[in-house]
Design a binder for this molecule. Structure first.
Ligand code: SF4
Ligand code: SF4
Length: 110
């Protein structure tokens, strides 16, 4: 759901849900490896796969809603010493992100 759609659908019946979403996004900025960002575009280390609509290095973790990056160790090594390394920096899309919400719930319950 886009931010615009969420805003258009705000009403008394879902205001608590909205507040919870905002609170979770602000207080829990951790990456839950939902794959959303790598299904939106490839980072500078990746390569976009138009057929999959995802980065070629993005692999799902079987039996879970989570994903892993095949280049994780390589990227960590390349960015060693960087002030703001990409891996471990937290989530880039915490709000109104259904994939992250589902992966977060799975992670917190598992
Ligand atoms: S290289 Fe890894 S972190 Fe970068 S877009 Fe691809 S899967 Fe994501
Ligand atoms: S959208 Fe956020 S939680 Fe999901 S993989 Fe990207 S950084 Fe991690």
């Amino acid at each position: 759901m886009s931010d615009q759609t969420v805003i258009e659908n705000i009403g008394p019946e879902n205001i608590l849900e909205l507040i919870e979403e905002l609170a979770n996004g602000i207080t829990d900025p951790k990456c839950y490896r939902c794959g959303f960002c790598c299904q939106s575009s490839a980072c500078s280390y990746g390569q976009w796969d138009p057929q999959r609509q995802a980065c070629k290095s993005l692999k799902s973790v079987p039996g879970t809603l989570r994903f892993t990056c095949e280049k994780y160790e390589r990227i960590v090594e390349l960015e060693k010493g960087e002030k703001y390394p990409m891996m471990g920096g937290g989530c880039v899309s915490t709000l109104f992100n259904d994939l992250r919400d589902e992966a977060r719930t799975e992670s917190l319950n598992g």
